[in-house]
Write a protein that binds this ligand. Structure first.
Ligand SMILES: Cc1cc2nc3c(=O)[nH]c(=O)nc-3n(C[C@H](O)[C@H](O)[C@H](O)COP(=O)(O)O)c2cc1C
Length: 391
């Protein structure tokens, strides 16, 4: 009864961000049936326990930024060119000397075994088969070694530094030894944000969560996160790093051979500072509407960041990307690549590796179609003349 009520509530609520369902239309039962990534969102919502769905779907406070991320794409239209031979389109991009078949990157998402028993390893197999870069969270539930063994190109490692440099160094060295070529420092959560929707849905979950979620000291809780195996976390009292400032970037650069990217940049001033402090790249991101409740979408922020960076380092963007046309707009506005978070997790929760593959295939197919219909034959050819800002 509880579950039925919950599902009815979710179907009509803003927690379910997909397209309105056609009355009587059934959820898909295999990845091939999907028309868009939203078909996977529906299945994921149905199969996941309420608390895990809540962890995935939540924004912060009243979820305004979460919604704004989608609405922001309406601020830009596409300006198409005609009479261009579009039989072949080249979606490949290059970052740090590696060429990727597609500009679509898998953003770091923690605890993927909460969505499917094969978690990050299933995602790595899918990313490998479809030629995508994967970024692995510090909060991964599979080891970086296992994930890299499943992918033919080592993942980039996302770093939550914690308040202890010794812990940071332990994580960095482990990622380096595993062959990761880049570290992505996430800077948008100096303290944990207020995830109200997640808490509401967790309260509706009647399962005994203590079976999987330990309580108590940090070192006890981190026991299930393989990145912390063999890292001494006994002195750690907090996972947050509220004292972090720009000098940390220089320190990171001194202590690692990996490229250093900063994730969570949302304005021109910090984009310029990132370059000044030696960052090798940055990710424009509001954590998928899970950091501060700014009420501003990342696609609206992108032009000022591109302006400040002036082509000196690659700029990746994420938060709210669900359609090929969304990706098209970001690339035309100057992004080097686009990362997605929730969509591939919807695929994972729905159908494991096959679901992730189909989500990636769908996004790439939509991007190629958007390029053909707009007369753009390569990502390189995409520039500001392909977008029309709306007032
Ligand atoms: C369930 C979930 C877990 C996440 N975990 C992390 C994480 O561990 N590290 C991180 O840097 N970002 C994390 N993110 C943010 C993503 O990397 C990315 O910025 C965001 O999902 C992009 O927005 P989208 O989900 O709308 O595509 C997480 C996002 C979600 C939805």
């Amino acid at each position: 009864m509880h579950r039925r009520e919950l599902l009815r509530f979710l179907a009509g609520s803003p927690f379910f961000m997909g397209l309105p369902q056609i009355p009587g239309e059934k959820a898909i039962t295999s990845p091939e049936e999907a028309f868009s990534v939203f078909d996977f969102e529906r299945v994921a919502r149905d199969v996941l326990p309420p608390a895990h769905w809540g962890y995935l779907a939540t924004g912060v406070d009243g979820d305004r930024t979460l919604h704004r991320n989608r609405e922001g794409f309406d601020k830009f239209g596409i300006r198409a060119r005609r009479l261009v031979d579009v039989r072949e389109v080249d979606t490949s991009v290059e970052m740090f000397g590696t060429r990727w078949e597609t500009p679509i990157v898998l953003a770091p998402v923690g605890s993927q075994k909460a969505f499917h028993p094969e978690g990050e390893v299933a995602v790595a197999r899918a990313a490998k088969n479809r030629g995508h870069l994967q970024i692995l969270s510090t909060m991964t539930t599979s080891s970086v070694e296992d994930v890299n063994a499943a992918h033919d190109k080592p993942v980039w490692y996302q770093l939550y530094p914690t308040a202890s440099w010794d812990v940071t160094e332990g994580l960095l060295k482990r990622a380096e030894r595993a062959g990761c070529p880049a570290v992505v420092l996430t800077v948008d959560l100096p303290v944990i944000s207020y995830r109200e929707t997640a808490q509401r849905l967790a309260r509706m979950d009647s399962r005994d969560c203590s079976v999987c979620h330990e309580t108590g000291p940090i070192y006890f809780r981190l026991g299930r996160k393989p990145m912390f195996d063999n890292v001494d976390v006994t002195g750690l009292t907090d996972l947050d790093a509220p004292s972090l400032t720009w000098s940390f970037i220089e320190r990171l650069k001194e202590h690692t051979t990996m490229k250093v990217l900063i994730k969570g940049i949302v304005g021109r001033e910090d984009a310029a500072l990132a370059v000044e402090h030696g960052a090798d790249g940055l990710i424009v991101s509001n954590h998928g509407g899970r950091a501060e409740e700014s009420g501003v979408s990342t696609i609206e922020i992108l032009p000022e960041v591109i302006d400040a960076v002036r082509g000196r380092i690659p700029v990746i963007i994420d938060s709210g990307f669900r359609r090929g046309t969304d990706i098209f707009k970001a690339l035309a506005l100057g992004a080097t690549a686009v990362a997605v978070g929730r969509p591939y997790i919807w695929g994972l929760a729905s159908f494991g590796q096959e679901g992730v593959e189909m989500v990636l295939t769908t996004l790439r197919r939509e991007l190629e179609l958007a390029m053909r219909l707009a007369g753009a034959t390569s990502v390189r050819a995409l520039d500001g003349s392909f977008v029309r800002p709306k007032t």
